[in-house]
Design a protein around this ligand. Structure first.
Ligand SMILES: Nc1ncnc2c1ncn2[C@@H]1O[C@H](COP(=O)(O)OP(=O)(O)OP(=O)(O)O)[C@@H](O)[C@H]1O
Ligand SMILES: [Mg+2]
Length: 241
């Protein structure tokens, strides 16, 4: 569904991504893990042309979309849940969701609204409240809901677990699993390797702008280097009990 080949991104003279190649198949849930500054956000922004890549190719559903404007890519079915959630704090939950579907017909917007409120009943309860008043977990649900309003085929997510308590993270990831079962394709980036690999089918490891490892999540979880660098003892405590 998505194929990124030899992508390079620079900020001035700084090379943030170095010949990145990744792919995501239809209905797959793929995670890319990497520590602070590895280039995770740059990759997602590059895919959507929020940051234009210097070179490389991006193919989505057999169409080359490399330099297309972000808006067009969203219209084609790619949606991003940005780093730090970034809901509009002074708008209501309902208005935030409306914003996510602004490019769509009212028929699709209504259908997606129903789907989102069904998936996240808490957003139904809080429909009239200001988004800024929600808890971190609720804001993450809202950010996902807003991204779903454009009826995407591919959902990109930037560190959905960031700043959330373990139980809330579990809740968010279970919703993602449900979306996958519903036919959505998911590509997310995370520092939190344990949770990212627990739920994904496949994973990549990004270090200093380069892919250094890739494979099935089950294999990556057992990789000694990954255990040492990303999982640590915390992993056993949280996820293997
Ligand atoms: N707008 C920018 N201008 C200059 N350098 C940037 C810019 N954005 C990112 N960088 C640099 O590019 C590299 C990759 O940054 P990026 O934000 O993609 O990493 P990340 O993996 O998302 O990190 P984090 O875990 O902190 O979100 C870093 O060295 C960063 O300092
Ligand atoms: Mg980032």
């Amino acid at each position: 569904m998505l194929k990124v080949s030899s992508l390079n991104i620079y900020y001035g003279a700084v090379r943030a991504l170095n010949n990145i190649s990744i792919h995501v198949k239809e209905k797959e849930f793929v995670s890319l893990i990497g520590s602070n500054g590895a280039g995770k956000t740059s990759l997602l922004n590059g895919i959507l042309n929020i940051v234009p890549p210097k070179s490389g190719e991006i193919v989505f559903q057999n169409r080359t979309i490399t330099g297309l404007p972000t808006k067009k890519k969203v219209k084609m079915g790619i949606s991003l849940v940005p780093e730090g959630r970034r809901v509009f704090p002074n708008m209501s939950v309902h208005e935030n969701l409306e914003m996510g579907g602004y490019q769509k017909s009212s028929k699709i917007k209504n259908r997606q609204m129903e789907f989102v409120l069904d998936l996240f009943p808490i957003l139904k309860e809080r429909n009239k409240q200001l988004a800024g008043m929600l808890s971190g977990g609720e804001q993450q649900m809202l950010a996902i809901g807003r991204a779903l309003m454009s009826d995407p085929k591919l959902l990109l997510m930037d560190e959905p677990s960031m700043g959330l308590a373990p139980l809330v993270i579990k809740n968010v990831y279970e919703k993602l699993t449900k979306l996958k079962e519903n036919g959505l394709t998911i590509f997310l980036v995370e520092q939190n390797a344990s949770v990212a690999l627990k739920y994904a089918d496949r994973g990549y490891v990004l270090e200093n702008g380069k892919i250094v490892l890739q494979g099935k999540s089950s294999e990556l979880k057992d990789d000694n280097e990954i255990k040492r660098a990303y999982l640590g003892k915390e992993y056993k405590e949280k996820w293997e009990r």
